[in-house]
Ligand binder design. Sequence first.
Ligand code: SF4
Length: 747
Amino acid sequence: MAQKRRDFIKISSLSAAGLIFGAQQLRSAIPPYSQTELGDFGPLSSQRTPTYCEVCFWKCAGWVYKNQEGAIQKVVGNDNDSNCNGRLCPRGTGGVGMYYDEDRLKNPLIRVKGKDGKQTFREASWDEALDVVAKGLQKVKEEHGAECTALLTHGSGGHYFGTLLKAFGSTNIAAPSYAQCRGPREVGFIATFGEGLNSPEPTDIRDTRCLVLIGSHLGENMHNGQVQEMSDAIDKGASIITVDPRFSTVASKSKFWLPIKPATDIALLLTWIHEIIENEWYDKDYVERYTYGLDLLKAHVKNYTPEWAYGITTIKPEGIRETAREMANAAPSVIIHPGRHVTWYGDDTQRLRAVAILNALLGSWGRRGGFYVPEKASVPSYPHPEFPKPQRTWRDAMGGKYKLADLALASGVCDATIPSPDLNCSIKAWIVNGTNLIMTLPDQRKTIEAIQNLDFMVVVDTMPMEITGYADVVLPECTYLERWDDLRVVQGREPNIALRMPAAEPKYNTKPAYWMAKKLADKMGLGDYFAWNSMEEMLDWQLKEVGSSLEEMKRIGVKNLPREYGGLYFRDGEEIEFNTNTGKIELYSTALAAEGFDPMPKYTPHMEPPAGYYHLNYGRAPQHTFSRTSNNPNLTDLMDENTLWVNPKVAKEWGLKNGQPVYLENQDGVVSDFPIKVRVTERTRFDSVYMVHGFGHANKKLSRAFGKGASDSQLITRVLVDPIMGGTGMRGNFVTFRFEKESEVKS
Ligand code: SF4
């Protein structure tokens, strides 16, 4: 399958068989669009099966209900689940649309060259497709070593392919949720407190008195449990401070909105630190008992006055002082929220260090209304042989850089796939599971260049995304409503586990990831790593190890377990050893200093947009999760394209009207494939435009999402890499308006 050149292939007429469904099949393909159509399905049956939602990473536990004919009807939250408290968000409720989406991948596909020399896909049996995958991976192993294979994943199936890859001899396993999302905050918090935040973040929002959101738009960013807690906290009188160039939904609920100039957040954070130290508003007992480096920090921030910050951030000094006082008055029940997607300007670990330091000064770490101490259930893995030790790991491909990264970088795997003199051996094969890398990684040209250098790529997905068009083999996965998966084991106030089981047989010729990985393992002589006969057997064994059973979990869905390691908060005067070099919370980071980085965050100016260009800001909508939901029939009913927020002053200068479609061109001359409609609003600054991420799909097989709106990912070609952990800063891009596009849009 050595193939030096891949064309993007539409997964086209192969699925035309879907058009000749019988009446019954057509009926089951109708998504539950509306209440009227819901009525058509008749009354719900009392039968329900437990699941946890896969529409986003929050993994809320719920129940799947079917109608009396056995068709999946709706998903509702599980009352005993602390991630959702019985209520799913709009996306979770619309998750049923993933199951009913008629654009789903339906059969295994293999890339072939047609008689005319053009590449195309042909349908294949599962046995044949898995044979091709096993042989493709084995060939790379024989020619280059197992270490030249990698898994890029986002979603529950990643665990099974991860086991397969480790058994095969490679630990190159990466998810874009790290270097393209939350990695810098993990490293920044580890450098400060000796531990990261993980997911869900242990923010004690329900009891907070002051919540500070910096570039985080909770509510539009539907982190279910957190949004519910925030709403309760507001009702109880908590104040919200929102720092955002855009008047987000949560800004409208906030006591303070600071419309900061983009790319200057560190200046504001340093000034808040300055104010809290100079005014002695910090928690003296806590800081003395638990922290290291106050004097060094005090000297470091001496000149970061509100007047200094005003010139940089455009936030007035009295606003900075007043908000610093607001936090101090609420301390320790205050949260400077670490955010989630924090890869912005390349100095992100340092910005998140400043967030961590501020929390430490206010004594909120380990305190009620600040950050609680989370616990996670300890569920053993099903017994398997030890994994072989690879001779090279992903770290070797980094050339000694990013030593403080605690997980592999998806962008690093991409870099290591493009041959260069620094690499002993570039990566030659990818398994891609549930992540549309073309729209997830910044700089699409580089991602495509990496793919062109692969010997082999298999893509596992439920939908025909852009990435599937570049695969050698496409394996169609069934949706989360049709499969068993691993137990959900996440941290929380109480350790807890949740079960996902199939509510229906897989539609079409699709299969679950565990089935694919186990079959591949058998074909590759690695069957011992998947020694269980069925998921039921495996799950029952695991559950009995933690005092439950499959039978019990089928009935209750979620089980909360008792805490084992102490209370939710630090006790007064409790002696605590933090997992840092000094055993203290490090205001001055000895780990960063040892690696030659600034031990305390500094402000560095970033590039300004050229005349006529604007900062490209992007974010989330409550109806969608990245690009994965943009074709979902239920969710496109709620929102089917993104719009471009433009300040009225800018609209006037350019003569832009509400609803007018425009193309966007970035600083590198890349023009959006599709136009986006303008939304003229005071709610964004004059130096920025804003759009929701995940739209502008170029794959025609996405019948609802194709050509709808613009893709921010396509316009992110300047990548500001964090020197500490390799996160890919994506907010350094600028765009201008174009009223027509010369070239034909690609499909
Ligand atoms: Fe599903 Fe919404 Fe929960 Fe995410 S937050 S897991 S989409 S219900």
